[in-house]
Design a protein around this ligand. Structure first.
Ligand SMILES: [Zn+2]
Ligand SMILES: [Zn+2]
Length: 305
């Protein structure tokens, strides 16, 4: 049994309010984080099986540990008879990634369809009338973006409260603006980033769930954080007062420190009260083995063997 579990990759599965956060994230190795209820996967890592079920993938930047599995994700979905995946990515990466995916078509001799959506900081892509994905600039050296999943709601203006329904319909037909738009940030994912203006974005500060990296915890890793443009615990501590998120999930912890040690250092610095809302994704107390993570896997295709 022990030997078997050593060979099986374990994934995290957290339930935070209405949403699950499923994934795997270790610095330099693999990062993939899914929110199944919102049909979105942030980065794709090596494309573990559960990631196939998300129709939307948001790529934060071009490092291999975050996007190696992209051709596999698209190819498998096609092979399994699922609709083509939609991939959001920094606009600067559109061309090289497009070339990469076309090469794969030739290599694999399969006309895998894909849809790339180039994104720029601040841009909002409305997936549906009531749901959008906004890109925010992050700070990792090359082109990099974070993404915020936004619930878009139309609300009746105060002055029209109590007006009977048919009258409201008539007014709307005449072109009266009886509603106003409310955007509620549900989940923000920042990928790899060091400190910077991204943490002043209202969407980032107020998202119900914030997924952000803290790669380094040890004092003698400060220089590594600086060189790689990653977040060190000392940076993160300076943010605590401005982040209003119900839950913060830390990702991308280096193996050099190890999760249990990182957790102890974090608890010591932040205190038990603050730690109630802060989770380390790979703190695998509630981990599932590969194959146990997805309750609803992709539908088996006719062609599946
Ligand atoms: Zn990384
Ligand atoms: Zn990176």
């Amino acid at each position: 049994m022990a030997e078997k579990s050593f060979l099986v990759q374990r994934f995290a599965k957290l339930q935070l309010g209405l949403y699950h956060v499923i994934g795997y994230s270790v610095a330099g190795e693999e990062t993939v984080v899914q929110v199944p209820e919102l049909n979105v996967c942030f980065d794709i890592g090596r494309c573990p099986y559960f990631a196939l079920t998300s129709d939307y993938v948001c790529i934060s930047h071009g490092h291999m540990d975050h996007l190696a599995g992209l051709p596999y994700y698209l190819s498998q979905r096609y092979f399994q008879g699922m609709k083509p995946g939609t991939v959001f990515l920094p606009a600067e990466l559109e061309k090289p990634v497009d070339q990469l995916l076309r090469c794969w078509r030739d290599v694999e001799r399969q006309g895998t369809p894909f849809k790339l959506v180039p994104m720029r900081p601040g841009q909002l892509y409305e997936v549906r009338r009531d749901f959008g994905i906004r890109a925010v600039a992050t700070h990792h050296g090359g082109p990099s973006l974070g993404y915020v999943l936004i619930s878009i709601r139309e609300k009746l203006k105060q002055e029209y409260m109590g007006v009977p329904g048919p009258e409201l319909v008539a007014m709307k037909k005449k072109g009266v603006e009886i509603q106003y738009r409310v955007e509620v940030p549900l989940v923000a994912y920042l990928g790899d980033t060091t400190l910077g203006p991204v943490f002043d974005e209202p969407d980032v500060q107020n998202a119900e769930i914030l997924l952000t990296e803290v790669t380094f915890f040890d004092a003698d890793h400060r220089n590594k954080a600086k060189l790689g443009r990653h977040t060190h615990l000392e940076h993160f501590l300076t943010l605590a007062s401005k982040l209003k998120n119900k839950n913060i999930v830390l990702i991308h912890v280096t193996r050099r420190t190890g999760i249990q040690r990182a957790k102890r250092i974090l608890r010591k610095r932040l205190g038990d009260e603050v730690m109630k809302n802060i989770h380390i994704l790979m703190d695998l107390e509630d981990a599932r083995e590969e194959g146990e993570v997805e309750d609803a896997g992709p539908p088996p295709a006719d062609t599946a063997e």
